[in-house]
Every structure is written in C-alpha cells, then in structure tokens.
Design a protein around this ligand. Structure first.
Ligand code: ZN
Length: 203
C-alpha cells in the first residue's frame, strides 16, 4: 500500500509556514513503515528537536484506478480516518532551504498517525467535514474540508495521473492552520465531527 500525502492544501496553513499557495497539489509519500496505528504512543526521534503535529483527514482508496476522470472520482473513496502527519520541522526546513527531497523529515518510522476508518455515509455532512485536534485538552487545530484548496475529487484525479491508485492506499489530504511542536508528556486527541477517533501520547 502507498501512503500519499498532500502539502499546503489549506490557505491559512500555507501562509503560517510562509509558503505560496500551489497551482497543483503538492505530493509526497511516506513508506508503509511510517504507520502509527490507533492510540499507539509517539516516541520523539533523536534526530529532531522540533517534532510537529499536522492534523489531517485521511482517505482510503476503495478500488484500483489510473487516469481517473472527474465524474468518477467520488467512487474511489468511501471511508476516512483522522491522521497526524508528524513532521521533523527542523530537518524539513534545512532540506527545503537546499531544495532537497524532505522524505527523512516526513516519512520516518511512525510518522503517520492513523485512527480507525469510518464510513463517509455515517457522517452528518460528508461535503464539509469538520475535524479538530486537541493538545493536552485544548483545541489547537480546527479544520473543515470546505476550506481545502484541492478537494478530494481533484486530488484523486491529479494523483492518478502519476500513480496507479490501489485499493487500500491512503491519502493524507493536508493540514489546516495551527501546526506546532510536541514535547514528552503531551497528549494529542483527534476528532471528526466531535467523535474522538485517535489519542496519542508523546513519549
Ligand atoms: Zn501534512
């Protein structure tokens, strides 16, 4: 399975990291070894002094396809999860400065926090999905997929031009504003439509 991630997909988050809003979706990947499944703790790796959380809605790909046409894009995902795209921000900044790939800052072991998947048909509003992340009980990121620069269908169409989508692949669809660092002893909790789906202790 592939873990496909989208960068800078909310205007306010692109602005907080002083990045331009992209013309096309910005794609990177994490290897399957990056998965950190439901409620497992996150151990801060020794190679970073600035580990950030990024709360994201994650799509699960329901069927295989390449060159998906816009009118069929919606058929390719039926389930979503709450994800945390853990990022070694200090390493990423150094790599970005040099124009180098940022895989080691984004795709390291256990960098892809992931809750259980829920059916989109069970959501109150599957067009405008509200989600938020609490850090030690205080909300630090509050997102709604209505604010996506590139919506889910657009991502499916664009990604499938380059990479065959396979059943079981997952897509981290980008983070809203409010990213920040974690420290040992913190607890992150992820919610979709006020249903708690993920809890992660930082160790
Ligand atoms: Zn991200």
């Amino acid at each position: 399975m592939k873990i496909i991630c989208i960068g800078r997909n909310y205007v306010a988050h692109a602005a907080e990291l002083k990045n331009a809003v992209p013309k096309n979706p910005l794609i990177f990947m994490k290897p399957p070894t990056a998965l950190l499944l439901k409620d497992k703790p996150m151990y801060i790796p020794e190679f970073t002094n600035d580990l950030h959380y990024e709360a994201e809605i994650v799509l699960k790909i329901a069927k295989n396809g390449r060159h998906v046409q816009p009118e069929f894009a919606r058929e390719y995902y039926t389930q979503i999860a709450f994800g945390i795209d853990f990022t070694a921000r200090d390493l990423q900044s150094q790599l970005k400065e040099k124009g180098h790939p940022w895989e080691i800052a984004k795709g390291f072991d256990f960098s892809a926090g992931l809750s259980e998947f829920i059916n989109m048909s069970d959501l109150e509003n599957s067009e405008h999905i509200q989600f938020h992340l609490d850090l030690n009980g205080e909300t630090v990121q509050n997102g709604n997929t209505k604010d996506l620069i590139f919506d889910f269908d657009t991502l499916i169409v664009y990604i499938s031009k380059f990479f065959k989508l396979q059943q079981g692949d997952i897509i981290y669809t980008g983070t809203p504003a409010g990213v920040g660092p974690v420290k040992i002893g913190d607890t992150l909790e992820g919610y979709i439509e006020n249903k708690k789906l993920l809890s992660c202790d930082i160790k």
